[in-house]
Design a protein around this ligand. Structure first.
Ligand code: SF4
Length: 66
């Protein structure tokens, strides 16, 4: 699993950082920063929630072995 972001869509709502705080962080005024682009399976559920609940649908999970 690899996470990517469309920064044109992200508006810094920080829902992602609430769902998966070890993977995403969002500065007070800014866009998401990905702390871990390829997190392990233990955080998959949290990342999937972040993707689902991002209000701007700016997050993507790229499946695969890379
Ligand atoms: S929830 Fe979506 S819009 Fe909000 S900071 Fe995260 S990626 Fe950006």
């Amino acid at each position: 699993m690899r996470i990517s972001v469309d920064f044109d869509l992200c508006q810094g709502h920080a829902v992602c950082a609430t769902e998966a705080p070890g993977v995403f962080t969002v500065p007070r005024r800014g866009k998401v920063e990905i702390l871990d682009h390829e997190p392990g399976p233990e955080v998959r559920a949290a990342v999937e929630e972040a993707v689902r609940y991002c209000p701007n649908q700016a997050l993507f999970i790229d499946e695969g072995d890379h």
